[in-house]
Design a protein around this ligand. Structure first.
Ligand code: PAP
Length: 331
């Protein structure tokens, strides 16, 4: 069951927003959310009220630096994993691996790499992030169209986008939102939320448009945006963490390779390791959510256990149609 604090944030989003946002959302297209709160369509994507407030504050106030790194996903695409990997990678001088005091052993990755619109700009409309040392590492689910201008064109910051196949993403989102619903609300019927997902009505949806925007960006600007796939990372994590290190201008040295650092880092951030840590079994995020909600199975193809052949056919047709001509294929 969701804690008081997290249920307020997840379930009663409208109560958490300022007057101007209430005014704004009263003018936006509205649909029922997967939790109790509604979703509002802003710049073509669906948002919960409190996160939309965070997004707009971020658009108004965030100033990017050339050295900033943004980790971007649509929900349930492997955000927690990528946060752990990039944190471990970028901080390996201050936090050597292996070490009995590594921050990932005692902190959930979400507390080490904060979300812009869900955490920093949701808690405070003008968080003090200018004083953070460079390189700053942030994460977000914000669609490309809605990113702050200074991220899109005013700086040479780096964007790392991780996507996952829509069937596993949907199943993961269905489980996650059910976990946050109260016992009185009960679980969402899978068929009902599946139809909404297919119609683009999910947190930060349409899923396909979110992915495609960043795919196109990575083609147009390969030095500024890197596109990763969850399934590829599961299959060949060593290949992709080395690519990531190159992209972030912190490649592994020969000495590090010789010491087996890549393998150690992958082990530290693996599902099996992180999900068994006490902090992730029984801890909570500073925002109140239970850490174990972010670890379920961590596998590719779990959708086979939940989707009917008709559902599979429907998603595959939408995917083929939406990605047609883009060169993007998801397994
Ligand atoms: P978020 O977008 O809300 O932050 P996110 O981390 O993307 O959530 O989603 C959690 C998914 O990543 C879960 O997938 P599942 O429901 O299919 O199991 C979770 O199990 C998986 N996950 C979490 N940590 C890891 C990891 N270290 N390696 C691989 N998968 C992981």
């Amino acid at each position: 069951m969701a804690s008081d604090q997290s249920s307020r944030k997840y379930l009663q989003q409208e109560e958490c927003v300022e007057y101007e946002i209430k005014e704004l959302i009263s003018t936006l297209p509205r649909q029922n959310g997967w939790l109790a709160s509604s979703l509002y369509q802003y710049q073509g994507f669906w948002h919960a009220a409190a996160y939309l407030q965070g997004l707009i504050s971020c658009q108004n106030h965030f100033q990017a630096r050339d050295s900033d790194v943004f980790l971007i996903t649509t929900p349930k695409s492997g955000t927690t994993w990528l946060k752990a990997l990039i944190f471990a990678l970028m901080n390996r001088k201050q936090n050597p691996i292996p070490s009995a005091t590594h921050p990932l052993l005692t902190h959930n990755p979400h507390d080490l790499v904060p979300f812009l619109e869900i955490k920093l700009y949701a808690d405070n409309q003008k968080p003090d992030i200018a004083s953070l040392p460079s390189p700053r590492l942030f994460s977000t689910h914000i669609p490309y169209v809605s990113l702050p201008e200074s991220v899109k064109s005013g700086s040479r910051c780096k964007l790392v986008y991780l996507c996952r196949n829509p069937k596993d993403t949907f199943v993961s989102l269905w489980h996650f939102t059910n976990k946050l619903r109260t016992p009185e609300m009960g679980a969402n019927n899978i068929g009902g939320v599946f139809d909404r997902f297919c119609n683009g009505i999910s947190l930060y949806g349409p899923f396909w448009d979110h992915v495609l925007e960043y795919w196109n960006l990575s083609k147009d600007d390969p030095e500024g945006a890197m596109f990763l796939k969850y399934e590829d990372m599961k299959e060949q994590p060593g290949v992709h963490i080395r690519r990531l290190a190159e992209f972030l201008n912190c490649p592994f040295t020969e000495d590090e390779e010789g010491l087996g650092l890549v393998e150690e880092m992958l082990r530290l951030c693996s599902f099996d390791h992180l999900s068994c840590l006490e902090v992730n079994k029984s801890g909570k995020l500073s925002s109140g959510e239970e850490n174990n909600a972010f670890f379920r199975r961590g596998e590719v193809g779990d959708w086979k256990n939940y989707l009917t052949p008709e559902m599979v056919d429907q998603v595959d047709r939408i995917t083929a149609n939406k990605f047609s001509g883009s060169g993007l294929q998801l397994r």
